[in-house]
Each structure stands twice: as C-alpha cells, then as structure tokens.
Design a protein around this ligand. Structure first.
Ligand code: TYD
Length: 239
C-alpha cells in the first residue's frame, strides 16, 4: 500500500551492507540491503550472492515477530525484494551485544573454547565507530560522553533481554541456536526503538544438531558454503 504512494528520494547514508534513502515522509526511510559483505572492521571485503534479498526477508520476518510480541522497532513493512520501509531514527551510537554462549571475541578474550555455556545472558556495549573499530565501552563511559542517558541504557538493556527471550525461542523452534548478536537502537518521537537489522550478518547462528555455522563466520573464517548457509537460515526463518 505504502509502496504506491511513497517516493524514494535522496540517498541519506550508505553503510557497509545497507543504504538508507529519504522518502517524501520525513519520518520514514527506505532501507536497501546490499550483497556486499565486510569483516574485521572492513579489512576483509566480498560479495555474498543474494545476501541483500535474504537479509531483507530474514530481518522483515524477525522484526514482524518482535513487533507482534510487544517490542517497539523501526520496522514498518517489507516493500520489495531488497527494500524495507522503516521509521527514521536518531541512532544511539552504542552497539548492544547479546550473548547466550561464549564465542568470537568473548571466547578469545577469556581463553575459553567457543561453545562454552554461560550461566546467564551477557550484555556488552561497544561504541559505534568504524574509525575506532567499535571499541568496548561500559555504562559509565556511555553516560560520561553523553552517548545515551542512564534511562536509555536501562531501556536498551531491558529491551535486549526481552528480545533475547523471544529470539532464542524463535530460532530454537527452527532448529537453530542463537549464540550471540548485535542490536542497535535509536530515538524516534521520544521513544527508544530497535533499529538496524537482525540477520546472519550480525548474529552467530549454529545448527542445533550439528553446530554447523549458518552465519557470517563462514565468510570471516573462509569456511565455504556461505550463500548456502544464508539460504538455509532464510528457509528456516520463514518455516
Ligand atoms: P564479537 O564476538 O564481539 O565479535 P567478532 O564477531 O569480531 O568475534 O561479536 C558478537 C556478535 O555480535 C557476533 O554475532 C557478531 C556481532 N557483531 C556485529 O555484527 N557487529 C559488530 O560491530 C560487533 C562488535 C559484533
């Protein structure tokens, strides 16, 4: 419906995996998903064929599910194969990392094996800065530099834990372990909303039976069958 009346205007921002366009409604943006993939702070670059289409479909399904379960997000609707209509956010420059199982940088930092169980969900914060390589920060630093207020940190943390409960179940029902992932939030008309995307680009997703990696680690670590893994996630998410 929106698609017919909505005009896509100027490019507002181009990131590593997505482009944001303005529309004739100042509160709404079009989020376009590209096939480009980067890792290790963009030191490794490549193309994952059809990633844009897959990530748009995966993220649209997941945001719809979250909205249906009371999470406030920027998602309005999927417009077409590569585009999603979203609410314009004033992005909070804090990445919220949610971890259910130790992997990646946490496993490395603590010298534990990937796959080590965690007694409770771990939340971590990073400062969203490509130049600095998204450095690790904490709540004091977030408040001290005015990246977010104390109330916003509480809102993001509480939302992240609720989202984690919902997503862990969603993926588990589809034969996938949600190991860890990154969330971004932004302000819209006085509310803090979940933004960005939830896709195999920003999540670690392991097959429940085989622990096979079904996410961007296949690209980061040159494990092969990258496209196939993204396709499999799409198939399972839409099931
Ligand atoms: P993490 O283990 O901290 O980093 P790395 O992927 O470099 O080992 O990442 C935890 C999860 O968050 C993982 O699923 C990837 C995701 N993530 C991003 O998508 N973008 C980021 O900038 C960061 C820091 C993490």
């Amino acid at each position: 419906m929106e698609e017919m009346t909505l005009k896509k205007l100027e490019k507002l921002y181009e990131g590593k995996a997505k482009i944001l366009y303005e529309t004739d409604d100042p509160d709404l943006l079009v989020q376009y998903f590209k096939d480009e993939a980067t890792a290790f702070n963009a030191k490794k670059k490549g193309i994952i064929r059809k990633k844009g289409e897959i990530n748009n479909a995966v993220s649209s399904r997941i945001f719809k599910y979250l909205e249906e379960n009371g999470i406030r997000t920027h998602f309005v609707e999927q417009l077409n194969e590569r585009e999603m209509l979203v609410k314009r956010l004033d992005i909070i420059p804090v990445e919220v990392i949610v971890r259910n199982i130790a992997a990646g940088s946490l496993a490395k930092r603590l010298g534990v094996e990937e796959g080590t169980e965690l007694r409770e969900t771990v939340l971590e914060f990073c400062y969203k800065s490509d130049e600095l390589g998204d450095p690790f920060i904490n709540e004091y630093i977030i408040r001290a530099f005015g990246f977010a207020t104390g109330d916003e940190i509480t809102e993001m943390s509480e939302a992240a834990l609720r989202i984690n409960g919902l997503l862990t179940r969603f993926f588990d029902e589809r034969g996938i372990i949600l190991v860890d992932y990154k969330l971004e939030f932004g302000r819209h008309k006085g509310e803090v909303l979940l933004g960005d995307e939830i896709t195999p680009d920003g999540c670690r997703l392991w097959d429940k039976e085989t622990h096979e990696r079904l996410d961007k680690d296949r690209f980061r670590r040159d494990l092969g069958k990258v496209e196939e893994a993204y396709e499999e996630v799409l198939r399972k998410v839409l099931a």
